[in-house]
Design a binder for this molecule. Structure first.
Ligand code: NAD
Length: 522
């Protein structure tokens, strides 16, 4: 099989239904701007979560292929960093236009491989595209500083690329999260090696094809595949200078610790348990809709899903009304008209989620709405878990302590705002939180006292747009959150600061004796 320059789904033919792919095509590596078939001996079967039909096989890229990706990125780096910022900006404009043109195709790949609804998959692409669009403004984002620090002497600061950088991505946002890295890393002059999730690499493959079409030179973006072995390669390969990881705590804490010990920069966004505090004075209709949407949308498989409800005061009896709204949601194949939520990613994920629901029952919670055993008629073989609401939950229960990452909302009640804040702050995660209230004073207190890093006031999923940064906190980020994705910190992550201090009047020096004291510029 020869290398090609087009990803498996061509621009004109991409899936629009969950029908069995007639002849599944193996996923390739992307090296030197070519889709290169892998010589792998180990393959990971990728199934459509709505049907469990085989979609493709993903290689465990071989040692030679992993090294070839870094060779390619290393070789491309000197010429790429030497291109002008304006040239890279022009390529980014083209890239943005191509992503927009291929929006449906990217979303279709996500719906097929990841399971989320087509409309939601379009949002996944858009949130990544917005990072690329914002990166187009790099000319004003990367400017340095200059100060005349003494007579005839000035200091300037520059931001320089790091070299070869890598990204290790999770399954739940197959376009958005690779696009947290690709635009910022490349426009600042780095070359990159991307490892998409082995469970849904299709969108990343299309993004690579579009980068080649936009004019990115060979080697600026390379894609390798696999699981732990590929991750270990990235962590230990000395030519890779920085790692961006998004995924679970188990993998992320390991990658952060070992990557940092190897002297690399690591930014790592991890798991979550996002709480919403519901106050009696809120706009009830808005709050109930927002909560049901944010708990069950994407089948709860968003790191910013609102998975935990803290019903304050008399709102303690509102859960049945949320259940009524949840029952209205249509669980179906993601390509189906009107589908609100799709399946969960794998049979193992379904089993894990169902076990947590069963454990909650055993531990004394009430299963107010039970999504176990539900399935859409047309897709009997998918990984279905319907919207589930668990009430009478206490903090020591498993369903409260673990990130469920499924369409399950756990509800606790709290007598006061103070207690709600204390409860939320006692949780070890701190990705996001939301409050529903009409009181500015209540919201302001919540915003100040809450430890979670991303706060929504009447906003259920407060993920900042790319002119800001993704600011999770506590156990939801590695390394205390010193490095955060996109926005100004994103540009800083992918660049090394250099300062240059210069003196331009040496020819006027009159003394013939060297100055030996530390210069203080006073
Ligand atoms: P995951 O940790 O299983 O996988 C993420 C990546 O790590 C994949 O590329 C995978 O190949 C690799 N990996 C998995 N296990 C590994 C191991 N033992 N050793 C080395 N590498 C390993 O995560 P996932 O299931 O794909 O994604 C869901 C998780 O990601 C959830 O916990 C979710 O909260 C989190 N997430 C966080 C954010 C955020 O910004 N905070 C965003 C999206 C997802």
């Amino acid at each position: 099989q020869a290398a090609t320059t087009t990803a498996a789904s061509s621009p004109s033919s991409y899936p629009t239904s969950h029908e069995q792919v007639a002849q599944p095509v193996d996923t390739t590596n992307f090296l030197d701007n070519k889709f290169v078939p892998s010589q792998a001996t180990q393959w990971i079967d990728l199934h459509d979560p709505a049907t469990n039909n085989l979609v493709t096989r993903v290689p465990q890229s071989t040692d030679a292929e992993l090294s070839a990706a870094v060779d390619s990125a290393e070789k491309a780096f000197p010429a790429w960093r030497a291109t002008s910022l304006l040239h890279r900006q022009q390529l980014m404009f083209k890239y943005v236009a191509l992503i927009r043109e291929n929006w449906d195709r990217l979303a279709a790949s996500i719906t097929l491989e990841q399971g989320k609804t087509f409309a939601d998959a379009k949002g996944d692409v858009l949130r990544g595209l917005q990072v690329a669009e914002t990166a187009c403004g790099i000319t004003t984002q990367i400017t340095g500083e200059v100060l005349e620090v003494a007579k005839d002497m000035e200091t300037r600061s520059y931001r320089e690329p790091l070299g070869v950088v890598a990204a290790i991505c999770p399954f739940n946002f197959p376009a958005m999260i690779p696009l947290w890295t690709i635009p910022i890393a490349t426009i600042t002059g780095n070359t990159c090696v991307i490892k998409p999730s082995e469970r849904d690499p299709g969108a990343t493959m299309i993004l690579a094809e579009l980068a080649e079409k936009a004019g990115f030179p060979p080697g600026v973006i390379n894609i390798i595949h696999g699981s732990a072995k590929t991750v270990d390669f990235i962590i230990d390969e000395p030519r890779i200078k920085a790692i961006s990881f998004v995924g679970s705590n188990k993998a992320g804490e390991y990658i952060y610790t070992r990557g940092s010990a190897n002297g690399k920069r690591v930014q790592a966004n991890l798991g979550a348990k996002n709480h919403a505090a519901v106050l009696p004075d809120c706009n009830k209709n808005h709050a109930l809709n927002a909560i049901a949407g944010a708990a069950f949308g994407a089948a709860g498989q968003r790191c910013m899903a609102l998975s935990t409800l803290v019903l304050v005061g008399e709102t303690k009896d509102w859960a049945p009304e949320i259940a009524e709204r949840a029952k209205e949601l249509s669980m179906n194949g993601g390509f189906e008209e009107g589908a609100d939520l799709g399946p969960v990613i794998s049979p193992q994920a379904k089993e894990r989620i169902e076990n947590i629901i069963a454990t909650a029952e055993k531990e004394g919670a009430t299963i107010l709405l039970d999504g176990r055993g539900q399935k859409p008629e047309k897709y009997p073989n998918g990984n279905w878990v319907g919207p589930t609401i668990i009430t009478n939950v206490t903090p020591e229960m498993t369903c409260y302590k673990e990130e469920i990452f499924g369409p399950v909302l756990v509800c606790l009640s709290s007598p006061s705002l103070d207690d709600a804040i204390a409860l939320i702050n006692a949780n070890e995660y701190g990705n996001g939180t939301a409050i529903f209230t009409r009181s500015g004073a209540t919201a302001t207190r919540f915003q100040k006292e809450i430890e979670a890093g991303q706060v929504g006031i009447n906003v259920p999923i407060p993920v900042p747009l790319p002119m800001f940064s993704f600011t999770g906190n506590k156990k939801s980020v590695a390394g205390g959150g010193a490095n955060t994705f996109y926005g100004k910190p994103g540009v800083q992550f992918y660049t090394q600061q250099k300062t240059v201090t210069s003196f331009w009047k040496a020819d006027d020096a009159v003394s013939t004796k060297a100055k030996v004291n530390m210069p203080t510029n006073q």
